[in-house]
Every structure is written in C-alpha cells, then in structure tokens.
Design a binder for this molecule. Structure first.
Ligand code: AMP
Ligand code: ZN
Length: 112
C-alpha cells in the first residue's frame, strides 16, 4: 500500500514526475534530483518502508530483486566501470526520505 505523504510513493504512483531509467512490478529506478556524482540513481521498492529492519516478506523480496537488477541497470546507465551503493538508515546517516532507497553512484572515479 502506498503512503500518500511520501515523495517516493508519489513518484512511484506517477503523481510527481521523475527521470525514470528502469521500472518493473517490484521496483523503480530514477535519477536523483541533486546528483552527488556524474551518475546518481535511486532504486526504490514499490512498497513503503523506511528501514531495512522494517522490511516484511514482500519488502525483503523486493530488496533482493533490487540487488539482482542493479548491475544491469548500472552498466546501462554509464556505470560500466564500477559504482558505489549507499543505503542511508536513520538520523545519523542523514536519511531525508523515509522510503527505503539504494543510491547508485558512479560514472566517474569516486572519492569519499
Ligand atoms: P537520503 O538522504 O538517503 O534520504 O536521500 C534522499 C535523496 O532523494 C537525496 O539524494 C535527494 O536529492 C533525493 N530526492 C529528493 N526528492 C527527489 C525527487 N523528487 N526526485 C529525485 N530525487 C529526489
Ligand atoms: Zn513511500
């Protein structure tokens, strides 16, 4: 069930536009609006939960599916030479959107 106050649920539902690069029944990948690298994509599950610790069986299935799809999506979007995955979890990590998302960063040599 989509959470109507969540910006990523609104993107999944098509209420807010996004630059989509991949979509299937379980997940969506779109370009980050404030890229921190030459290529900066966000991969999101189509169910709403904020933290890995909150994933139910459906969420876990989606997460595993996302991890299986990322290599192909990354290489097709300019990250064939490598990329970094980041999942911010909670306040100390600076998580600002409370819908679980995997940052895919690449397209250049990354520093810290
Ligand atoms: P985090 O700090 O891990 O919660 O990351 C949230 C990310 O979502 C940030 O990198 C934002 O730039 C990105 N973001 C927020 N709103 C949008 C949007 N409407 N479209 C694309 N990316 C967004
Ligand atoms: Zn959501």
């Amino acid at each position: 069930m989509l959470n109507c106050n969540c910006i990523f649920c609104k993107i999944i539902g098509g209420e807010i536009p996004s630059a989509k690069v991949y979509e299937d029944d379980l997940m969506l990948v779109f370009k980050d609006i404030e890229p921190k690298a030459k290529v900066h994509l966000l991969a999101v599950p189509k169910t709403h939960f904020a933290l890995l610790s909150q994933a139910d069986a459906e969420g876990k299935e989606m997460l595993w599916h996302i991890l299986e799809k990322i290599p192909g999506v990354a290489s097709q979007n300019g990250c064939g030479n490598g990329y970094r995955l980041v999942i911010n979890q909670g306040e100390d990590a600076g998580q600002t959107v409370h819908h679980l998302h995997v940052h895919i960063l690449g397209g250049e040599t990354l520093g810290w």
